[in-house]
Design a protein. Structure first.
Length: 208
């Protein structure tokens, strides 16, 4: 049976600021956010404004931020960071803004779209991910994509008054190609199909 999904990724814009900030009210979103979370609404807004504008105007940005979108509106945020154009590598962070979507096909498709973007559009060779040990859904999703756990950082992050480990994953282009081959029979999976479908929706909505 063909796999159909209306989920797609696009570049983050300043217009997404209010939506992303609203996700910050979710304690789980903050808990999974990499690094030390900002403490006040002002700090959060400043952090997100900086995040969305960081790569603006740069021909070879070190970071790219993408919104995970759907016909109902944005559902998550995806960050490609530490991009090394010389070494053709980056790290990936995925945050689902809607709690109900964090353990389903939307998150899986968002990761697939992101990996496809990294390897096909950016022509990278390696994608890495740093995931807290308590974020079981995320590291299991990476392992299902073919990524290998390469490093363990003991007692790396403090959450809820307790120290947790952090896992470091790596996925090479050839490993992603193996994943793509396994899903070759699923229609609508490719980035090209995703873009074509999105353009078709925009044309259908535009006045004649």
């Amino acid at each position: 049976m063909p796999l159909k999904t209306a989920i797609y990724i696009r570049r983050a814009e300043r217009e997404d600021l209010d939506t992303i900030l609203s996700w910050m009210d979710d304690e789980d979103f903050i808990r999974f956010l990499y690094g030390d979370p900002a403490r006040s609404p002002k700090q959060l807004r400043s952090k997100i404004v900086t995040l969305l504008g960081r790569s603006s105007g740069l021909m070879m940005p070190g970071s790219i931020y993408l919104v995970i979108d759907s016909p109902e509106g944005p559902v998550g945020l995806l960050a490609l960071q530490k991009i090394s154009w010389r070494n053709r590598s980056c790290t990936i962070d995925l945050y689902m803004g809607q709690k109900s979507l964090r353990n389903g096909i939307v998150a899986a498709m968002a990761v697939y779209r992101a990996l496809e973007y990294c390897f096909d559009e950016l022509n990278l060779h390696r994608v890495g991910a740093y995931i807290y040990a308590f974020n079981t859904r995320s590291w299991r999703l990476m392992e299902k994509s073919g990524a290998k756990r390469e490093l363990l950082l003991k007692d790396h992050v403090l959450r809820d008054g307790k120290l947790y480990d952090m896992y470091c994953y790596g996925l090479l282009r050839e490993e992603f190609e193996q994943l793509r081959e396994r899903y070759a029979d699923f229609k609508g999976m490719s980035l090209a199909d995703m873009i074509a479908a999105h353009k078709g929706e925009e044309e259908a909505e535009s006045p004649s």
